[in-house]
Ligand binder design. Structure first.
Ligand code: ZN
Ligand code: ZN
Length: 445
C-alpha cells in the first residue's frame, strides 16, 4: 500500500468551496424560521414530507429538460457503486412528483398538500459572486386539484411566513400567468418569431435560446436582452378564456386576503417547467438577483413524465436568504441557547453538591453551566461574565456545611444567601416560567 508522504492534514480542514457550516448563531435563525414555517404550514393543512437526498439523473433531466441550465451546468452528478447515474437533488419538487406517482397519491383524498424543509444541492461555478452549492430550502406544494383558491392559499402561506419573520416589507410579491396548453403554444411561437432576427442584439447565452426557450431571455440580466424582453409580445394578449378567468379570480382572492402584489407580465419564473401561475418575492428595489421566494404551477411537467393530467402548484424559499434578510433588518430571534445560571464552587465537597444542583436545575428546564474544575472564585466570576449569564451560584465549604448557597444577580451585582433546598424553585421564579427549556409536545423536528 502506498504510504501518504504528507501526513499533515491541515490543508484538508477548510470548508470545501461553496458549502458552509451553519454555526450556532445562524442556527438560531434557522431554528426559528423552521418553527414558523412548520407552524404556518400545519395550520394551513399541509403535511410534512421528506424525500431522499439523491435521485436518478435521468429523472431530474426529464423534469427540467436536457437543455435547461440546471441540467447542463448545475447538477451534482455521481455514479453510485452499482454504476447508476445519480444526482444530489437540486430542488424539492422533483422528489415530491416522484413520490406522488410512486405511492399512487392520486388515490388519496385530493388535493395533496405537502411541505418540506431539507438541504439541496446545486453546482454553481465559482466565479459567481455568491455561490452556494448547498442550501436549506423550505417549500410547499399542492397537487391533484386545480383552483385559483388553492393557489391563493399557497401564496397566503408564503405571505404569512414572511410576515411572521418580519421581513415581508423588504420584498414585493410579483405575479404573472404564463398561459395553458391551449393558449401558450401560440404565445411561445410569437415570442420566438419576435426574437428571430434580433439575435445579434442578444448576449451569447440568449442567442442560443431563441429557438427552444425564449423565456430564458426574460431572466437574463444583460441590458440589451432586458430591453428586448420588455418590448416582446405580452402574454396577457394570448390568454384563453379559462386562463383569464383563473387569473382574475386569483387576483380577487389575493385582494380579499389583503395580500399586496404587483402584476409583472415579464415574470417567467425560475424553472422552465413552470406554466400557468408564476409568482416571486423580489427585493423592494426590484433587483432580479435577489429573489427570496419563487413559485408557480407545474402541471405540464407531470403530464409529460407520467402521461397523467395532474395539476400541481408550489413555492420554495432558500432559508439562507431569509436569514440574510432578517439579519439585515436586525431582527432578533428568541434563542433557547442562552445560559441562565453559572455555578461556581470552591472545595471538593462543594463540587459534589454543585454537580447535583446543576443536574436538578437542568431537569427543571434551567440552562445551567459550571466548569467544576479548579480555578479561583475570581476566575470563575470572569468566566460567568463571558458567558453572559444573568445568575450565578457560589458554593464554598461554609455553604456546604450550612446547606445554603450564595445567589448572585450578575446584572445588579448583588448577592444573597438562600437555602440549598430552595435553590431550584427560587431560580425558576427568577428566570420565569416562559423561559424554561422544557420539552413541549409537537415541537420536535
Ligand atoms: Zn389558457
Ligand atoms: Zn442575455
Amino acid at each position: 500500500m502506498e504510504e501518504n508522504q504528507n501526513n499533515n492534514l491541515s490543508n484538508l480542514s477548510p470548508v470545501p468551496k461553496g458549502i458552509r457550516d451553519i454555526l450556532p448563531e445562524d442556527h438560531q435563525y434557522l431554528t426559528y424560521i423552521k418553527k414558523v414555517a412548520r407552524h404556518r404550514s400545519r395550520q394551513g393543512g399541509f403535511r410534512r414530507i421528506a424525500t431522499p437526498m439523491m435521485e436518478r439523473e435521468e429523472f431530474i433531466t426529464a423534469i427540467h429538460g436536457k437543455n435547461s441550465d440546471l441540467v447542463k451546468n448545475n447538477l451534482y452528478k455521481f455514479k453510485d457503486p452499482e454504476g447508476n447515474d445519480m444526482v444530489l437533488r437540486p430542488e424539492g419538487y422533483s422528489g415530491i412528483i416522484r413520490a406522488y406517482l410512486a405511492h399512487e397519491m392520486k388515490d388519496w383524498p385530493q388535493p395533496i398538500e405537502l411541505y418540506y424543509i431539507e438541504p439541496y444541492f446545486e453546482f454553481v461555478p465559482q466565479e459567481k459572486k455568491q455561490f452556494y452549492r448547498s442550501y436549506m430550502e423550505f417549500g410547499a406544494v399542492s397537487i391533484g386539484e386545480k383552483a385559483a383558491a388553492l393557489d391563493a392559499q399557497l401564496i397566503y402561506l408564503a405571505h404569512k411566513i414572511l410576515q411572521d419573520l418580519n421581513i415581508e416589507s423588504l420584498f414585493q410579491l410579483q405575479i404573472n400567468h404564463l398561459g395553458c396548453e391551449v393558449c401558450r403554444p401560440k404565445y411561445l411561437m410569437d415570442l420566438e418569431n419576435y426574437f428571430v432576427g434580433k439575435e445579434r442584439s442578444l448576449c451569447f447565452s440568449c442567442q442560443e435560446k431563441v429557438a427552444n426557450n425564449p423565456h430564458y431571455i426574460f431572466r437574463c440580466h444583460e441590458e440589451d436582452c432586458q430591453i428586448l424582453s420588455e418590448l416582446a409580445p405580452k402574454v396577457n394578449n394570448y390568454w384563453c378564456e379559462d386562463c383569464s378567468k383563473f387569473y382574475n379570480r386569483l387576483r380577487s382572492y389575493l385582494e380579499a386576503l389583503e395580500i399586496s402584489y404587483r402584476e409583472n407580465l415579464g415574470l417567467v419564473g425560475k424553472y422552465d417547467f413552470y406554466t400557468g401561475l408564476v409568482f416571486e418575492y423580489w427585493d423592494r428595489d426590484q433587483k432580479k438577483e435577489n429573489i427570496l421566494l419563487h413559485g408557480g404551477s407545474f402541471d405540464e411537467v407531470i403530464e409529460k413524465i407520467s402521461g397523467k393530467k395532474i395539476p400541481a402548484v408550489g413555492f420554495n424559499m432558500r432559508l439562507e436568504k431569509a436569514i440574510k434578510a432578517m439579519k439585515k433588518e436586525k431582527i432578533k430571534v428568541p434563542s433557547k441557547d442562552n445560559l441562565q445560571v453559572f455555578i461556581a464552587q470552591l472545595s471538593r465537597e462543594a463540587k459534589k453538591k454543585c454537580l447535583q444542583l446543576m443536574i436538578s436545575l437542568r431537569e427543571a428546564g434551567i440552562k445551567a453551566i459550571g466548569v467544576l474544575g479548579k480555578g479561583s472564585i475570581r476566575e470563575q466570576i470572569t468566566l460567568a461574565e463571558k458567558f453572559k449569564v444573568p445568575y450565578m451560584i457560589i458554593m464554598g465549604l461554609t455553604e456546604v456545611r450550612e446547606n445554603i448557597i450564595i445567589l448572585r444577580d450578575m446584572k445588579v451585582g448583588q448577592q444573597k444567601v438562600i437555602s440549598y433546598d430552595d435553590a431550584v424553585d427560587v431560580i425558576k421564579k427568577l428566570v420565569g416560567e416562559e423561559n424554561l427549556d422544557t420539552y413541549t409536545e409537537g415541537e420536535l423536528g
